[in-house]
Design a protein around this ligand. Structure first.
Ligand code: PTJ
Length: 257
């Protein structure tokens, strides 16, 4: 995580020598997002759950998370059409990095909200554009397709984005849509600190890491892996076992305790 850079901006709120400064800075970003109409109150609760798992994982990217990030990047680079799904929490935490990842992996960016409102979709799209995204899907209510089998507002997706993609990166998600997307034959990559979540278990690749670390890692990995042979990327994908990787993340927690 890029704590020093963030600390510069936030010194008025968090003392830089506070032993839990990084974690408190993340909270501040979410509170700012909440005050700015980006994050829903439920997002603050969801963050608490993630934070608890992060604490148990040692608040660092484990070897297993890094392996999953690498394979996820391979899948994104080999995809014909990929989309990155963005919600309130992820926009508040790492909009700039998500935009950068979309460029390095040639993925489209789509706003997709559980607690959907036009005002919040527009506010999130504004942030993404400010951070450099030339296109943000999911905000035009007329251009909606529906994913059958889910009852929440997450079912409304853009035809040219999530609906037509062969790979979707879902971030801080509830399990329903992941399960539906996998049933539709798409490759689903998730970022979720909870190794026991339905999202993690249903995804093809579950990244058990904090999104604020996962996305910068994936940007760096994309810049390296894009130079490699296609067959090398394919071999990394072939040798990855999601369930095994999740079990290893759980063992990290167990050993830590
Ligand atoms: O912005 P909206 O309307 O789309 O709503 C977003 C939330 C997050 C409220 C919505 O997606 C939700 O309710 O999510 P869940 O079902 O609570 O799942 C969120 C998952 O993300 C949980 O398993 C958390 O452990 C995990 N999580 C929370 N913060 C992080 C995280 N995973 C990675 N990095 C985090 N910073």
């Amino acid at each position: 995580m890029r704590a020093p850079k963030l600390l510069e901006k936030m010194t008025h709120k968090i003392p830089s020598n506070h032993p839990r400064a990084s974690s408190l800075i993340i909270r501040e970003k979410l509170v700012d997002g909440f005050n700015g109409g980006i994050v829903v109150p439920q997002g603050l609760i969801a963050h608490g759950r993630g934070e608890a798992f992060d604490y148990l994982l040692g608040e660092k990217t484990t070897k297993y998370a890094y392996d999953a990030e690498k394979v996820a990047v391979c899948i994104l680079l080999l995809s014909d059409k990929s989309a990155i799904s963005i919600n309130g929490n992820t926009a508040a935490l790492c909009a700039k990095d998500l935009v950068k990842l979309s460029y390095v992996t040639k993925s489209r960016i789509e706003v997709n909200l559980f607690h959907r409102s036009v005002a919040r979709s527009n506010a999130i799209a504004r942030i993404l554009r400010k951070e450099g995204s030339r296109e943000v899907l999911g905000v035009d209510t007329k251009a909606k397709s529906i994913i059958y089998g889910i009852s929440s507002n997450r079912k409304f997706v853009a035809k040219e984005g999530i609906m037509d993609s062969d790979t979707v990166l879902v971030t801080l998600e509830d399990g329903d849509r992941t399960e539906s997307l996998v049933r539709m034959g798409k490759k689903v990559i998730s970022v979720d600190l909870n190794p026991l979540s339905r999202t993690a278990i249903a995804s093809n690749v579950a990244i058990i890491d904090n999104i604020v670390r996962a996305i910068p890692n994936m940007i760096r990995l994309s810049e390296q892996l894009v130079k490699k042979q296609k067959t090398y990327l394919q071999s990394l994908i072939k040798n990855f076992d999601n369930k095994e990787n999740i079990r290893n993340s759980l063992l990290v927690i167990k050993k830590g305790i």
